[in-house]
Design a protein around this ligand. Structure first.
Ligand SMILES: [Zn+2]
Length: 118
Protein backbone atom coordinates (compact mmCIF):
# COMPACT_ATOMS: atom_id res chain seq x y z
CA UNK A 1 0.00 0.00 0.00
CA UNK A 2 1.74 3.21 -1.09
CA UNK A 3 2.09 6.08 1.36
CA UNK A 4 0.70 8.46 -1.24
CA UNK A 5 -2.47 6.42 -1.77
CA UNK A 6 -3.03 6.21 1.95
CA UNK A 7 -2.60 9.95 2.31
CA UNK A 8 -4.68 10.87 -0.73
CA UNK A 9 -7.63 8.50 -0.40
CA UNK A 10 -7.55 5.71 2.13
CA UNK A 11 -7.59 7.94 5.20
CA UNK A 12 -11.13 8.97 4.32
CA UNK A 13 -12.19 5.37 3.63
CA UNK A 14 -10.74 4.25 6.97
CA UNK A 15 -12.51 7.07 8.87
CA UNK A 16 -15.77 6.23 7.20
CA UNK A 17 -15.36 2.53 7.93
CA UNK A 18 -14.56 3.12 11.60
CA UNK A 19 -17.61 5.34 11.88
CA UNK A 20 -19.74 2.65 10.23
CA UNK A 21 -18.72 0.05 12.81
CA UNK A 22 -19.07 2.51 15.69
CA UNK A 23 -22.68 3.16 14.64
CA UNK A 24 -23.41 -0.57 14.92
CA UNK A 25 -21.66 -1.18 18.26
CA UNK A 26 -18.96 0.23 20.53
CA UNK A 27 -15.52 -0.44 19.06
CA UNK A 28 -11.98 -0.33 20.44
CA UNK A 29 -8.63 0.30 18.78
CA UNK A 30 -7.16 -3.20 18.52
CA UNK A 31 -10.47 -4.58 17.29
CA UNK A 32 -10.67 -1.92 14.57
CA UNK A 33 -7.10 -2.59 13.44
CA UNK A 34 -8.00 -6.28 13.05
CA UNK A 35 -11.20 -5.41 11.24
CA UNK A 36 -9.40 -3.09 8.83
CA UNK A 37 -6.76 -5.80 8.34
CA UNK A 38 -9.54 -8.18 7.37
CA UNK A 39 -10.45 -5.69 4.63
CA UNK A 40 -6.82 -5.51 3.45
CA UNK A 41 -5.87 -2.29 5.26
CA UNK A 42 -2.75 -2.60 7.37
CA UNK A 43 -3.40 0.25 9.77
CA UNK A 44 -1.11 0.60 12.77
CA UNK A 45 -1.82 2.29 16.10
CA UNK A 46 0.05 5.41 14.93
CA UNK A 47 -2.59 5.87 12.23
CA UNK A 48 -5.71 4.50 13.90
CA UNK A 49 -5.56 6.22 17.29
CA UNK A 50 -5.21 9.73 15.82
CA UNK A 51 -8.21 8.94 13.61
CA UNK A 52 -10.28 7.84 16.62
CA UNK A 53 -9.26 10.99 18.49
CA UNK A 54 -10.08 13.22 15.51
CA UNK A 55 -13.52 11.65 15.17
CA UNK A 56 -14.05 12.09 18.89
CA UNK A 57 -12.95 15.72 18.80
CA UNK A 58 -15.24 16.36 15.84
CA UNK A 59 -18.13 15.07 17.95
CA UNK A 60 -18.76 12.01 15.77
CA UNK A 61 -17.60 9.49 18.38
CA UNK A 62 -17.90 9.42 22.14
CA UNK A 63 -15.52 7.40 24.25
CA UNK A 64 -15.81 5.54 27.52
CA UNK A 65 -13.32 3.36 29.36
CA UNK A 66 -13.94 -0.13 30.70
CA UNK A 67 -11.67 -2.56 32.47
CA UNK A 68 -11.45 -5.82 30.52
CA UNK A 69 -9.24 -8.65 31.89
CA UNK A 70 -7.60 -6.19 34.25
CA UNK A 71 -6.75 -3.77 31.43
CA UNK A 72 -8.33 -0.42 30.75
CA UNK A 73 -9.93 -0.40 27.33
CA UNK A 74 -11.36 2.65 25.59
CA UNK A 75 -14.55 2.05 23.65
CA UNK A 76 -15.83 4.40 20.98
CA UNK A 77 -19.42 4.69 19.91
CA UNK A 78 -20.95 6.93 17.24
CA UNK A 79 -22.88 9.95 18.50
CA UNK A 80 -26.12 11.05 16.77
CA UNK A 81 -23.96 13.56 14.83
CA UNK A 82 -21.69 10.68 13.83
CA UNK A 83 -24.65 8.70 12.56
CA UNK A 84 -25.84 11.69 10.55
CA UNK A 85 -22.34 12.23 9.16
CA UNK A 86 -22.17 8.59 8.06
CA UNK A 87 -25.55 8.80 6.33
CA UNK A 88 -24.51 11.92 4.45
CA UNK A 89 -21.16 10.35 3.57
CA UNK A 90 -22.91 7.28 2.17
CA UNK A 91 -25.09 9.38 -0.11
CA UNK A 92 -22.14 11.42 -1.34
CA UNK A 93 -19.89 8.40 -1.73
CA UNK A 94 -22.51 6.53 -3.75
CA UNK A 95 -22.97 9.52 -6.06
CA UNK A 96 -19.27 9.76 -6.93
CA UNK A 97 -18.41 6.09 -6.85
CA UNK A 98 -21.20 4.67 -9.01
CA UNK A 99 -19.73 6.44 -12.04
CA UNK A 100 -16.14 5.47 -11.21
CA UNK A 101 -17.19 1.81 -10.91
CA UNK A 102 -19.22 2.07 -14.13
CA UNK A 103 -22.47 1.22 -12.37
CA UNK A 104 -23.94 4.35 -13.86
CA UNK A 105 -23.60 5.94 -17.30
CA UNK A 106 -20.99 8.69 -17.17
CA UNK A 107 -22.31 12.21 -16.98
CA UNK A 108 -21.50 14.37 -20.01
CA UNK A 109 -18.10 15.94 -19.56
CA UNK A 110 -18.04 19.56 -18.54
CA UNK A 111 -16.10 20.40 -21.70
CA UNK A 112 -18.69 18.83 -23.96
CA UNK A 113 -21.48 20.62 -22.16
CA UNK A 114 -19.69 23.93 -22.65
CA UNK A 115 -19.17 23.23 -26.37
CA UNK A 116 -22.85 22.34 -26.79
CA UNK A 117 -23.77 25.69 -25.39
CA UNK A 118 -21.78 27.57 -28.08
ZN1 LIG B 1 -15.63 -3.76 8.39
Amino acid sequence: MSELLVKMFFGGFVRMHVLYHAVKEPVFGVEMMEELGRHGYEVGPGTLYPILHQLEEAGYLSAHAEVVDGKRRKYYRATPEGEKALEETKVRLRELVKEVLHDDPPTPSIRRTERDRD
